[in-house]
Design a protein around this ligand. Structure first.
Ligand SMILES: [Zn+2]
Length: 451
């Protein structure tokens, strides 16, 4: 028996595989509301145990973690750990759905339902690939572990409480995750990291209330000006962050990563169209991708003070607020960045009050390791086209728990269509993408097994 039979088996069992997805999507596992989580958990555990995967359920303060492992008989084989999440976003607004979010509907070659792509259909592809290996009696090329959490849509609030005491259990050669959508033109893609983040609020207060600008102007300090002056100390004349030491730990791309950037597309008009940017983009392709992946941001995302409605209120604003998010790149440490922000406040305006609402570490895996190279080969083989390879995404998720906390390489290969409408009404998964995903996982296992 060989990988060829595995692929044939996947083709012959489309209906059965689709029915498994339908059954799982029917369970409305919304962790943020505490519903359906136990039921989804036991459905998955039954399925894994039915395949001979040794499965354990670990309770957390929130939804339980499902951990499973199955060993190959090949001595010295590598180990792949699949990560995914079985919780889903709430379905609202319900009136925007064309079919019941928890009664999957097949229309125009797509399956519609909450969680079909994010993330039930995508992690199920891994389990179904395993099912086809076992059903055809094909020896597993690698040892397989499953790590399925139940509150990713809730910010993976308790994931560290599980990871830290179970690092030994998680040992593997690669953490592999299918989530999100492929390129809009249908090309497969992959990435090897995410940016970290610090989200914070700055507040300035000069009076308990807004005051009359005629009677009190010049005498009562203006909170809006005070905030503007403070914010201007954070940026130099070239638009760089002026917080001392902010860029100290930013690692430049390796030559290999630079090669990956050079292989990416850049369509400035397309970006302008999608973003609605008023002026054309003038940076080079390299700079555009460097800005997205290798350079941190310090983004002012909200600013408020005084009165901006119609007409005028001639007031001296007594308070001002600014909100910012910092996207961090490897090897920046959010706790160190918070210390540097505090030092900046102490130096330039100690009256500014800082509140940090949340922070996460960045994550990056070396794409040159043999396991990542094997995935690149597998994806190209299955899709028949070179994947779009991004060293990292510009976005943020808790991937650092694997790379930084557990010390494991981790990568993501999205299986969904780009227009999957995750988190929105009419979430969908193109059926061909779903089946291709199962083939892809099967091939990934085979290629990593080759060494
Ligand atoms: Zn999601």
């Amino acid at each position: 028996m060989s990988i060829k039979e595995v692929h044939e088996h996947i083709d012959q069992n489309r209906e059965k595989d689709l029915n498994t997805l339908i059954e799982l999507v029917r369970i409305p596992s919304i962790a943020s509301r505490g519903i359906g989580v136990e039921e989804a958990c036991s459905y998955i555990v039954d399925m894994l145990e039915g395949l001979g995967v040794k499965t354990e359920v670990f309770p957390t303060k929130g939804a339980p973690v499902i951990f499973g492992h199955i060993e190959t008989e090949i001595p010295g084989a590598k180990t792949v750990m699949f990560y995914g999440h079985y919780d889903v976003q709430p379905p609202e607004p319900l009136d925007k759905w064309l079919s019941d979010p928890f009664e999957p509907d097949i229309r125009d070659g797509r399956i519609y339902g909450r969680g079909v792509g994010d993330n039930k259909g995508q992690f199920l592809a891994h389990i179904l690939a395993l099912r086809s290996y076992l059903a055809t009696g094909t020896p597993l090329p690698v040892n397989i572990k499953f790590f399925l959490e139940g509150e990713e849509e809730n910010g993976s609030a308790n994931i560290l409480d599980f990871i830290i005491p179970h690092k030994d259990l998680l040992g593997c050669d690669l953490v592999y995750n299918a989530d999100g959508g492929q390129e809009p033109d249908g090309r497969p893609s992959m990435h090897f990291g995410t940016r970290g983040t610090v989200k914070c609020t700055f507040e300035v207060k000069t009076a308990e209330k807004d005051n009359h600008s005629g009677h009190n102007g010049n005498n009562i300090p203006n909170a809006a000006w005070k905030m503007v002056r403070f914010l201007s100390t954070m940026m130099d004349d070239d638009g760089n962050c002026a917080i001392e030491g902010f860029y100290d730990d930013v690692l430049p791309p390796t030559d290999y990563e630079m090669g990956l950037i050079e292989a990416l597309d850049f369509d400035p008009e397309g970006v302008q169209r999608v973003t609605g940017a008023v002026k054309p983009l003038t940076m080079s392709k390299e700079q555009f991708h460097m800005n997205r992946m290798f350079r941190p941001t310090f983004n002012l995302n909200g600013l408020g003070s005084g009165y901006t409605g119609s007409g005028y209120r001639t007031i001296v604003p007594g308070s001002a607020i600014a909100k910012m998010d910092f996207r961090l790149v490897k090897d920046q440490d959010p706790e160190d960045i918070i210390r540097k922000i505090k030092a900046h406040i102490a130096k330039y305006d100690p009256d500014v009050q800082l509140t940090v609402s949340s922070y996460l570490w960045p994550s990056r895996t070396n794409p040159e390791i043999p396991e990542c190279q094997a995935v690149m080969r597998a994806v190209e083989k299955v899709y028949g086209i070179k994947p779009v390879i991004m060293p990292t995404t510009g976005a943020t998720n808790p991937e650092y728990v694997f790379t930084k906390i557990a010390g494991l390489p981790s990568m993501c290969v999205p299986y969904c269509n780009a227009d999957e409408s995750q988190h929105a009404p009419n979430e969908n998964f193109v059926l061909e993408n779903f089946y291709k995903g199962i083939h892809c996982t099967a091939e990934v296992l085979s290629e990593i097994g080759k060494g």
